[in-house]
Design a protein around this ligand. Structure first.
Ligand SMILES: N[C@@H](CCC(=O)N[C@@H](CS)C(=O)NCC(=O)O)C(=O)O
Length: 231
């Protein structure tokens, strides 16, 4: 398998963590976001959404990190409880993946990541949405009462939620008042140092870019406003 990934992109990190945890061999293909390597016609053959990551499993192209996580478990580790088969257990994992995609990562990344890379300001409304997302996730953790996001053991749902939360840590956002989230996040770091390392390297990269805004002036982005850099 080949994974087209960006080194500091949370969805890419989650897939790398799952492949690593399942000990599945893969070739990591680094996509240069700043050079717009994901916006070419060639890349669009793999993923018309022009987003990273993409998995290439022997010519089978799959994007959307959640779908990739589900696919690699179903295909290569069907009996592994990292993606349980039992319908209710699986539903909770699927729910957390959807929650991350629709709400948690959506709200958090708009506040943490977008203003680092593009000409966006952090706003009061954006901040409210981050708190809302944290509050809801805290409630899910409280209700389930487990050390992990969707079960009493590690599942593929933990990876995207950890990587979203990592972007908060990257900008020194204090979320200690969300006690369950804070506990769950630190528990993951302690229990899975080899997986956390994948997030940690990316976090340092994000911190570097936060302090030294990247020059994306040559990136002709169809949506995001490019910050002007004095060269
Ligand atoms: N829902 C997608 C999101 C992927 C995504 O947004 N990736 C970012 C990089 S972290 C990207 O490629 N964005 C395209 C762009 O900003 O041009 C997934 O989970 O895979």
């Amino acid at each position: 398998m080949k994974l087209y990934a960006v080194s500091d992109g949370p969805p890419s990190l989650s897939v790398r963590q799952a492949l690593t945890k399942l000990e599945l061999p893969f070739q990591l293909v680094d996509v240069n976001y700043g050079k717009g390597e994901h916006m070419t016609a060639k890349y669009a053959i793999m993923n018309p959404q022009k987003e990273i990551p993409v998995l290439d499993d022997n010519g089978f192209y799959l994007s959307e990190s959640n779908a990739i996580l589900q696919y690699i478990c179903d295909k290569y580790a069907p009996d592994n409880d990292i993606y349980p088969q039992e319908p209710k257990a699986r539903a909770i994992v699927n729910h957390r993946l959807c929650f991350n995609l629709s709400t948690y990562y959506a709200n958090i990344s708009a506040y943490t990541m977008a203003p680092i890379f593009f000409d966006y300001k952090r706003t009061e409304l954006g901040l409210k949405k981050v708190h809302m997302a944290l509050e809801v996730f805290n409630t899910y953790l409280e209700r389930l009462g487990t050390d992990y996001a969707a079960a009493d053991h590690l599942t593929i749902a933990d990876f995207p939620l950890v990587n979203s939360t990592m972007t908060l840590e990257a900008i020194d956002f204090d979320f200690t008042k969300y006690i369950m989230v804070h506990k769950w996040y630190n528990h993951f770091k302690q229990q899975h140092p080899e997986l956390w390392k994948i997030s940690d390297v990316a976090m340092k990269e994000i911190q570097h870019f936060a302090a030294n805004p990247p020059d994306l002036t040559d990136l002709n982005h169809p949506i995001h406003p490019i910050r002007k850099i004095n060269k």
